[in-house]
Write a protein that binds this ligand. Structure first.
Ligand code: TYD
Ligand code: MG
Length: 452
């Protein structure tokens, strides 16, 4: 006699399991994220069944770095650490409509030029829709195979006889496996399907890209286990109101994280942006107060960004602090430092700080730029447009050095900047001659004389 199926409750946010329903997940504190699912014995489902290898000496293990497949889409290759590693599992997350499917179709298009086959499983769009997109991207190749459907077992069956160099699953939330009765997109299904794909990919040595939707909070929908399972996690970001898109590795077993690739979305797909500083500075206002350029580092890549601040008297005696692209708390801290150490009191002012272009900056190197932008706006005095500043600001008002000053200065030089304010330690640390006039400072107090 068949046993009654056992029901368990799983948090759709973090994968926490409980025998009883709860309104709030005790593990990740998410409300209303726990749903009913049929219990499935993990021992029987595959994830744990990878056959264990015999112990081997690390020196005897061979790995050839040249085995990475360069797609030829340089910005993509850069983000994933040089190329696609055979047998690796890559997860690409991003908001709907950001261009995930477009990007991966372009990757497939590039691979087809090297005579490499891509199998593209779409659970969301019809073959005609994908064809339409391919036409827009001018991709027409015998090396790209479109499979539409959602049952993962069927996929393996269908593509058994086709030479596969890359498998794409668009999206992981729409696919499901027979072995679980729960609906596609549930934690159980995502975990199970990914496990199956992982085993298949590792066994056959075929690299696989999983496309994943992200939740309102911005993380990849489904349990964290998905991020643990895959080798590389990429996020495709961008602002709906801007055309540029950034691909960012937040986990990479085969390369460094924080590398970014920059694209611009236009009528014929995603165009690579080899010189991102240009687009972020393109529409800079001339001679406006509260605007300054800072050199940031994204991974190993320098990027010039414009910090804008607007400081004006608060009409309601309840001053507002609004930060877009920079940490809100950092602004409050810097306002306090400016008041205490420089004697410039902005406590009764509304303060808005924005990183132009919709980018996020979380480097302390931006501190000095934020300070300069706020003071410039407060005093309503523009900063020299050929000036860049960078440095971390401490609570005592001291300006501290940041990593890789050379790289930052070189980028500024390349973009035609003529002056640079930096910390004394960074100034002493860089030896190469530059065509840029350097001002080294110890404290934010020294800033005023140089800026205005
Ligand atoms: P898509 O790749 O379908 O996004 P995702 O898979 O992340 O949901 O991209 C959809 C958007 O991209 C859509 O709003 C139209 C735009 N787009 C272009 O601007 N140019 C193009 O050449 C293509 C193919 C899409
Ligand atoms: Mg899509």
């Amino acid at each position: 006699m068949a046993k009654n199926p056992k029901i368990i409750y799983i948090c759709q946010n973090c994968g926490y399991q409980t025998p009883k329903w709860l309104g709030k997940c005790p593990d990740c504190n998410q409300w209303d994220s726990i749903v009913e699912e049929l219990f499935h014995d993990p021992g029987k489902t595959g994830l744990l069944q990878l056959t264990m290898s015999a112990p081997q000496e690390i020196s005897s293990i061979e790995f050839n770095p040249d085995s990475k497949i360069k797609t030829g889409l340089d910005e993509f290759d850069r983000a994933i650490g040089g190329g696609i590693v055979p047998g690796s599992l890559l997860l690409l997350g991003g908001e709907p409509g950001i261009g995930k499917s477009t990007l991966i179709l372009q990757v497939a298009g590039k691979l087809s030029l090297q005579n490499l086959n891509t199998i593209y499983l779409s659970g969301e769009e019809s073959a005609q829709q994908i064809k339409l997109r391919a036409q827009r991207l001018s991709i027409n190749s015998e090396n790209i195979f479109i499979v539409t459907g959602t049952r993962i077992e069927e996929l393996f069956e269908r593509i058994r006889d086709i030479k596969t160099d890359l498998l794409v699953v668009d999206s992981i939330q729409t696919t499901y496996t027979d072995t679980l009765p729960s609906a596609p997109g549930s934690v159980g299904q995502i975990r199970e399907v990914s496990g199956k794909i992982l085993r298949w990919a590792k066994e056959k040595g075929i690299p696989t890209i999983l496309i994943g939707h992200i939740t309102k909070e911005g993380s990849i929908a489904g349990p964290k286990i998905l991020e643990h399972l895959v080798d590389t996690v990429l996020y495709f970001e961008g602002d709906a109101s801007h055309t540029f898109r950034i691909i960012r590795a937040i986990k990479n077993r085969y390369g460094s994280t924080n590398e970014i690739g920059v694209f611009e979305m236009n009528e014929t797909g995603l165009a690579q942006v080899g010189n991102p500083s240009r687009i972020f500075l393109e529409e800079r206002p001339e001679n406006a107060s509260g605007s300054i350029v800072i050199p940031c580092l994204e991974g190993t890549r320098p990027l010039l960004l414009e910090i804008q601040a607007l400081v004006c008297p608060s009409p309601f005696g309840m001053p507002r602090r609004t930060a877009i692209g920079v940490d809100h708390n950092r602004i409050s801290l810097l306002v306090a430092v400016i008041a205490k150490r420089m004697g410039i009191e902005m406590g009764d002012q509304d303060i808005f700080v924005n990183v132009a272009g919709g980018l996020k900056v979380d480097e302390p190197a931006a501190d000095l730029g934020i300070v300069a932008a706020m003071i410039s706006s407060f005093l309503n005095r523009p900063v020299d447009p050929e000036m860049i500043v960078f440095g971390e600001v401490g609570l005592a008002g001291e300006v501290r050095g940041v990593i890789q000053p050379e790289t930052r200065i070189k980028e500024a030089e390349k973009m035609g900047f003529k002056k640079c304010i930096l910390s004394k330690s960074n100034f002493e640390g860089c030896r190469a001659p530059h065509n840029i006039k350097m001002y080294s400072i110890n404290s934010v107090l020294d800033l005023m004389d140089i800026l205005f």
